[in-house]
Design a protein around this ligand. Structure first.
Ligand code: MTE
Length: 320
């Protein structure tokens, strides 16, 4: 484990796991070993020093990026949550080398003028790629600062012409148990799904992301296409997206299906509403020295000026 210095308030590395599944972890791991589920894994050593990805040309720097030092690349790419590749933070880097993120298509469905199956390049190429340094806050109370590369999600969605019936956008991750060993276990209901209200998806901070640190996304970080919503807990940032649907009703979301009392639909970073099992008022920044104090978590992860109006009048303790 790369950063683990567990203190009283830290959720353990797999706390986001639904309780029932976590309790059953030993049995699942045994079953996984017996079934040869991890046979796809390269040598564990390859996770320690991740290979660098392909550089992305023609990226402009977003003027409103955080003036903070990004988290070390090696940390952001080896301390991951991507249950399709396993439970532990180093599983995604260790078990994702066989995953093929190209060629890639995305199916666009639902209440929109234009729907169909689109090549990833056709979705992204008409837009200017930007590098945006965002704060990222995981629901497990750790955080990092990452230079993401992507295009505003709203700009891409607008091209499909959502109709008046489109109130929400639903997203789905690829289902490939043959390449994603975690999908051969009942860790979550597969495929992973997420959703946003249409106005959240259209917000200019919402980024449809194809890269990080100037390079194409590594498999473990959600190649080739993921969301990045800096004011929401990290689990809203669904990885390896293959389906986008404009829908009328609030769509189901993976963590809410797994443990509704712990993970809601909105999942906005909120230091005033604790997770039932730990505080959300403070966080540990990945890479901070061992004795550093925990940092206070700001409302909406520091993006309140930009996004608070989206939730005016809502009781955020109930709509968590
Ligand atoms: N997307 C899919 N498909 N599967 C996952 O398990 N984990 C989520 C989110 N997106 C997850 C996912 C969680 S819990 C977090 S914190 C972030 O991805 C982690 O992103 P990172 O690994 O790039 O830090």
């Amino acid at each position: 484990m790369l950063i683990k210095h567990v203190r009283a308030n830290d959720p353990s590395s797999s706390e986001i796991t639904p309780r029932s599944v976590f309790a059953d972890r030993r049995r699942l791991l045994k079953a996984a070993a017996a079934a040869g589920v991890w046979a796809l894994a390269p040598a564990a050593a390859s996770a320690a020093k991740p290979a660098r990805g392909e550089p992305i040309p023609n990226v402009v720097k977003w003027p409103k990026s955080l003036p903070e030092m990004p988290t070390a690349y090696d940390l952001a790419t080896t301390y991951n949550n991507f249950y399709e590749f396993g439970f532990d933070k180093d599983d995604p880097a260790r078990h994702s080398s066989k995953f093929k993120p190209r060629p890639w298509t995305v199916k666009v469905e639902g209440h929109a003028e234009k729907t169909g199956t689109f090549d990833l390049d056709d979705l992204i190429k008409p837009h200017q790629l930007e590098e945006r340094v965002y704060r990222f806050r995981c629901v497990e109370a750790w955080s990092m600062v990452v230079p993401w590369v992507g295009v505003p999600l709203g700009d891409v969605l607008k091209k499909f012409g959502p109709t008046a019936k489109a109130k929400y956008v639903a997203f789905q991750t690829v289902l490939r148990p043959e390449e994603m060993p975690g999908q051969r276990l009942a860790l979550l209901k597969w495929p992973y799904v997420e959703g946003l209200r249409l106005d959240e998806a259209m917000h200019p901070l919402a980024l449809l992301t194809v890269g990080m640190y100037g390079e194409l996304l590594p498999n473990q970080n959600g190649a080739p296409l993921r969301l990045m919503l800096p004011w929401k807990y990290g689990f809203k940032s669904i990885k390896s997206i293959v389906r986008i649907a404009f829908v009328e009703n609030q769509p189901p979301t993976s963590w809410n299906i797994a443990t509704p009392s712990e993970y809601g639909f909105y999942s906005n970073v909120n230091p005033r509403v604790d997770h039932p099992r730990w505080t959300q008022a403070t966080e540990r920044r990945l890479g901070d020295p061992f004795f550093s104090p925990r940092r206070p978590t700001p409302m909406f992860n520091g993006y309140a000026d930009e996004v608070a109006h989206l939730y005016a009048g809502m009781d955020l303790a109930k709509l968590y």
